[in-house]
Structure formats: structure tokens, C-alpha cells
Design a protein around this ligand. Structure first.
Ligand SMILES: *Cc1c(COP(=O)(O)O)cnc(C)c1O
Length: 388
């Protein structure tokens, strides 16, 4: 049996995988089992922020591997404390809870919002407003938070306590705030799985105003947008927001599983002893890798992200066969005249890996991709989108 056959015999059929077995990666290049080389514009869904097998990241992870690989959260470890400190210093947030994934980071934010509202406004105040077309994860709570029916079907009844509003419709959010007791508003500033659609600045600032005036918590789900992806360390920084809770995961660990829920001044003391926990959360190896990733997301790299983004947007806006370009930073969606799946397959046949989001071609290259590789990949994409 080859690997693809073995996988389909023994691994649950939850993924429509590309017909490719990846065996090696270096920077923004990856290789399949037949030795074919690809420019990777997917980064394992925005996870490998520094590309594959970054030398500094390996060194940080390897160093920790030889110290201790796991302690549980019954003990202190330096990587976890150092990482929490860095996250707080660079955001102004006050406390961090670590899990192992985006969904877990969001679960934590949902628990904080419920506990804050229950203690401050009564146990009947628990509803969290989320947006239509959002994606917040696959656990039962984050599934309920996700404003897309396709993810809900077959898993009913949904967990109670979520209300959905159309994106960029402030009047709809205001109406829900009058109709129900609202604990929090939770948004992705760029809806990733929903098709790489940024919210408008006006809508975001309106949400902030509602949150401030009505003592409603603002939660930014930065699982995908975080850690430099949009050209700022966190996407909320592009919009001048001051969220109470910021969740992140994907790019933070540079390839190892870690999730974080950052808590601002309004909620920093909501979680107390015994109210939440995770056996693996903030694992020292994942945390050591994340510390290194954060150290590399400096002003120079963020500037690079913005420049590469401007280059891609300019090229794709002019390209024949591309109807529109959406997104921010190195998180871009292309609406193409040909079906996205065909474009993606053609790109792959020509040595470039790109992803899909809804009916768009989605690009999530490593933040540090060399300009020459990005140009080469853009050439391939511009060819693939043309009717042929
Ligand atoms: C990927 C994603 C999640 C879920 O993260 P997992 O690590 O798969 O649990 C949640 N929210 C957003 C915005 C995401 O992009």
C-alpha cells in the first residue's frame, strides 16, 4: 500500500486532501515524495509563518527538547512565562491562557465572556454576537459560534448562546443588543475561511463603540490573522481597536500546536483557580518555538509583509482572469474567472501550492518568503488564471 492508500484506509475521511505527499520543506519550498519542488503559498494554512524548518526556530525548539519536553501546568516553566510576557508587552494585554489550537483559544474566550457577564450582569446575560460567514472552529461551542449553516448541519442541537449578524451591518448588531442580553461580540477582522473578506474599518470602530458604551466584551478571533499575517502583529492594530480578548494560534507556534487567549484589563482576573485548564497548553517546546517566531516578527518583517502584499495586490489587480483581490497583508483571496479548483490544480502542476477559501484562491505565503520566489509564484498564478 502506498501512503495515499494507507491514509484513506486508516485515517478518518474528514479532509479532501490534495493528491500530494509532502516529505520535506526548507523555507518557502516543499518537496513531494517523488522529489518535485513547490513554492509553498499556503504555509500549512498560515501556520509555518517562517516557512519550513527555519534554522533559528529549529535551534530554539531543539534546545528546549534537550531540557524538558513536558511538565504539565502543575509546574512553572520559563518558555511559557516568557511567551506570555512577550505577548502582553507587545499588545498591552494583561494575561494569557494557553491551549493547543485555535478552537481551544476561542473556547477560552467564550468561557471568559460568559463568566464576566454572569458575575457582572447576571447569569441570564450570556449571548455572544458573531457574524454570518464567520469561522471560529470545530468544537461544539466554536461550531455554534461559527455563522455558517454548512458547518452546523448534522450536529444539532447547537450550543445555546450565540446570535448572528451580517458582517458590516452595524444596525443589525445594535438591534441584537436591544433584543437580547449580550455578553460579547466576537469577530474575525478578516474572515479567512469565509473567503478572505476584511471587515470595514467603520464597522469595526462601531463595534468598539458599542462594546465600550454597553460594557460588552469585544473578542477578536486572530487565529488566522494574528502573528504578522496582516502586516501588523495582530490585525486589530490595523483598525485602532482595543479588544478585551484576542485569540490566536496558527502562525504563533511556527508549526507546533499552540493556542493563546489574551485577556485585557477588563477581564484579566475573570479566570481564577480551577475555572479553566489544559494538560498540554503552553507546552515548553511549543512555547520555545513561539517565542522565537515572535522575536522574528519585528518592524522590518512587518514592513516586508506590507511590501510583498502591495506587490501581489498590484499584480493580481491587473491580471487577466482575476475578477477581484481581497484580504490584507499576506492573507489574500483571488476571485478568478476559472473555477478556483482548476486554478489551484494548474498552479500545483506548475510547482506552486495555493489554497482555497469558499470559491476563491487563497494565498497565505510564509511571511519571510524571498521576493524572487514570490515573483516566480505570481507568474505561475497569473498564467493559471487565464482561460486556456
Ligand atoms: C483555523 C481557525 C480556527 C480554528 O483553529 P484550529 O486550530 O483548527 O482549532 C478558528 N478561528 C479562525 C479564524 C481560524 O482561521
Amino acid at each position: 500500500m502506498n501512503i495515499q492508500e494507507k491514509d484513506s484506509q486508516y485515517v478518518a475521511h474528514t479532509y479532501a486532501r490534495f493528491p500530494l505527499e509532502l516529505v520535506k520543506g526548507e523555507g518557502s519550498l516543499v518537496w513531494d515524495h517523488e522529489g518535485n519542488e513547490y513554492i509553498d503559498l499556503g504555509s500549512g494554512i498560515a501556520v509555518s509563518a517562517l516557512g519550513s524548518c527555519d534554522a533559528g526556530w529549529i535551534q530554539a525548539v531543539e534546545h528546549q527538547l534537550h531540557q524538558i519536553q513536558h511538565t504539565s501546568n502543575l509546574f512553572y516553566t520559563a518558555p511559557q512565562a516568557d511567551l506570555a510576557e512577550q505577548l502582553c508587552l507587545r499588545t498591552g494585554m494583561k494575561k494569557v491562557f494557553f491551549g493547543n489550537s485555535g478552537a481551544e483559544a476561542n473556547e477560552c474566550a467564550i468561557k471568559v465572556a460568559r463568566k464576566y457577564a454572569a458575575e457582572k450582569k447576571g447569569t441570564d446575560c450570556y449571548t455572544i454576537i458573531t457574524l454570518e460567514n464567520s469561522f471560529h472552529g470545530r468544537t461544539l461551542a466554536t461550531l455554534a459560534a461559527t455563522g455558517q449553516e454548512v458547518f452546523h448541519q448534522d450536529f444539532l442541537p447547537l450550543m445555546e448562546g450565540f446570535a448572528y449578524a451580517p458582517a458590516n451591518d452595524l444596525a443589525a448588531v445594535e438591534a441584537l443588543c436591544k433584543e437580547k442580553k449580550i455578553a460579547a461580540i466576537m469577530v474575525e477582522l478578516v474572515q479567512g475561511e469565509g473567503g478572505v473578506v476584511p471587515l470595514t474599518a467603520e464597522f469595526c470602530q462601531g463595534l468598539q463603540k458599542i462594546a465600550d458604551e454597553q460594557d460588552i466584551l469585544l473578542i477578536c478571533d486572530e487565529v488566522q490573522t494574528g502573528n504578522g499575517r496582516t502586516g501588523e502583529l495582530y490585525a486589530y492594530m490595523n483598525f485602532g481597536l482595543h479588544p478585551d480578548l484576542v485569540t490566536t494560534a496558527k502562525g504563533l507556534g511556527g508549526g507546533l500546536p499552540i493556542g493563546a487567549c489574551l485577556m485585557g484589563v477588563r477581564v484579566e482576573s475573570v479566570l481564577d483557580y480551577g475555572s479553566h485548564g489544559s494538560t498540554f497548553g503552553g507546552n515548553p517546546i511549543a512555547a520555545a518555538g513561539a517565542l522565537y517566531v515572535l522575536s522574528q516578527i519585528n518592524e522590518a518583517l512587518l514592513q516586508e509583509v506590507k511590501e510583498k502584499s502591495a506587490y501581489l495586490i498590484d499584480r493580481f489587480s491587473k491580471a487577466e482572469g482575476i475578477k477581484s483581490v481581497s484580504g490584507m497583508g499576506l492573507m489574500l483571496g483571488l476571485e478568478t474567472e476559472r473555477p478556483a479548483a482548476d486554478v489551484i490544480a494548474d498552479c500545483r502542476a506548475n510547482g506552486v501550492l495555493v489554497l482555497k477559501a469558499k470559491d476563491k484562491v487563497r494565498l497565505l505565503p510564509p511571511l519571510n518568503i524571498p521576493m524572487e520566489l514570490l515573483e516566480k509564484a505570481a507568474d505561475v498564478i497569473c498564467n493559471a488564471v487565464k482561460e486556456n
